[in-house]
Design a protein around this ligand. Structure first.
Ligand code: MG
Length: 462
């Protein structure tokens, strides 16, 4: 359902709605920082990849040869899963059945794929399978494929890590780069190289403020990094604001999401000059001051937030969206940076997608015909030939469409005829979703986002 107003918003810039959301009822709007307010350039992925390989060699005792691994941006998409037991990477549909599978840098051999995964529903509790859903983990997926290939190529009997050890080492090496500040130190040397500056951000936040919304920042990044990134994004961007802190009523750093939604950690006030936290729990949240830690119950108590008057905007399905939705009644908006590209592709392929739907409908009808004839004991050779011709056409067309999205994985929101596991999480937990925060400026701060799914089939087809 596109209203005439919304038709004026470019397709790639629209905000899509799963559950009705009335912006006029929202009093507080919270924002995550990394990959939400601050979108990263591809240079960030290269920095991560190079740093993590170096760390594997320096700290984890990996052979120097791993430095030759060639990171491939664009290979991985969100919502892939890693099978640590077999060294595979795969995509799942909403029912957790396995779709495409890669081993190393190639699709997994057909027979192996059938033996390992056919008719197997992946349990969320399976400890050897991990779903990778954050953007900053995409480089690890590509490197895992490269390194699986490298170690597979070594002769039997060579001392080499198991597939599981390899993934765990990659994860730990990446975590350690985040934890000890190595990555952030490199980033802060040259912020414009890694972070995009969206000129419409100041205006977008200003429009919300003008409509009397209270804005808050809630990020897991620490105070020093937050100060550096937010200054880069907002300082000097709008005449009405002295610096970035003026856009927000509350600023929370090192928030430890998702445990922010269940812990009882206190808020600590951060010193303006040193950016170091104090030790006394804060008894009020002052405007212009940076806080560290905290928890959601205390946030509600100190600000008078009630839950469903809060909209939280984030990019991470688990930390930002799913947990805030389950633990509070916050409404959620998910920023899916890779979506803009995917919407463009969807637009370019729309003739092919329409054709696919027509062919599928035709096949369905012919299959019915065949089933009816079979009941009468008739076997119509022409009909069978027609069906197998259609099947060929369909699989060629499907492959062409998938290739236009991502040659390795197809589109992120779909897996063959179903929603992908990622698509189904977005549908299940994000009230609205869009490519970037600044798309909100195309809509009034009083906009009523309406879901196309707020009616059941029997209500629509009266
Ligand atoms: Mg984030």
């Amino acid at each position: 359902m596109t209203t005439s107003f919304e038709a004026r918003v470019p397709y790639e810039r629209r905000i899509f709605c799963n559950r009705n959301l009335r912006l006029d009822r929202v009093r507080f709007i919270g924002f995550d920082m990394d990959y939400t307010l601050a979108l990263y350039h591809e240079a960030m992925e290269h920095l991560q990849a190079e740093s993590v390989l170096a760390r594997l060699v320096e700290t984890f005792g990996y052979p120097k040869a791993v430095l030759e691994a060639k990171y491939e941006p664009g290979f991985a998409i969100r919502g892939l899963a890693v099978d640590m037991e077999h060294g595979n990477i795969f995509k799942m549909d909403r029912h957790r059945f396995v779709g495409r599978v890669w081993h190393g840098t190639k699709p997994l051999d057909r027979d192996l794929r059938r033996d390992t995964y056919t008719n197997r529903k992946i349990s969320p509790a399976d400890p050897s399978i991990l779903m990778v859903d954050s953007l900053f983990s995409l480089p690890e997926i590509s490197l895992y494929g490269q390194l699986v290939d490298y170690f597979d190529s070594l002769p039997e009997g060579t001392d080499k890590p198991t597939y599981e050890r390899l993934w765990k080492d990659l994860r730990q090496a990446m975590d350690s780069l985040h934890r000890d500040g190595t990555l952030k130190a490199d980033l802060m040397e040259n912020i414009p190289k890694y972070i995009m500056k969206d000129d419409a951000l100041a205006e977008t936040l200003h429009r919300f403020r003008s409509a009397n919304k209270k804005l808050f920042l809630m990020t897991n990044s620490e105070p020093i990094y937050t100060e550096a990134v937010m200054s880069f994004l907002l300082d000097g961007a709008h005449a009405a604001y002295g610096n970035w802190r003026d856009y927000f009523d509350i600023i929370i750093t090192s928030s430890q999401k998702p445990s922010f939604f269940s812990s009882d950690d206190p808020f600590l006030e951060v010193d303006d000059e040193t950016l170091e936290p104090g030790t006394e729990p804060a008894t009020a949240l002052k405007r212009g001051t940076i806080y560290l830690g905290g928890n959601v119950a205390e946030l509600h108590r100190l600000t008078g937030m009630e839950g469903d008057d809060v909209l939280y905007v984030g990019d991470h399905i688990y930390g930002d969206i799913l947990r805030s939705k389950r633990s509070t009644s916050w409404r959620t908006a998910m920023v899916i940076q890779d979506m803009e590209k995917e919407l463009g592709q969807l637009h370019d392929m729309s003739a092919e997608i329409d054709q696919l739907n027509v062919l599928e409908e035709t096949r369905f009808q012919l299959e019915l015909e065949r089933a009816a004839q079979a009941l009468d004991g008739v076997r119509d050779k022409d009909l069978l030939q027609q069906i197998s011709g259609l099947n060929r056409q369909l699989s060629e067309l499907e492959a062409r469409i998938a290739h236009a999205f991502n040659p390795a994985w197809g589109p992120s929101f779909r897996d063959r005829g179903e929603l992908s596991a990622f698509g189904s999480q977005v549908e299940g937990y994000a009230c609205v979703y869009t490519g970037r925060v600044t798309n909100f400026r195309f809509y009034s701060p009083f906009w009523y986002f309406r879901s196309p799914r707020d009616r059941m089939a029997h209500e629509i087809r009266r």
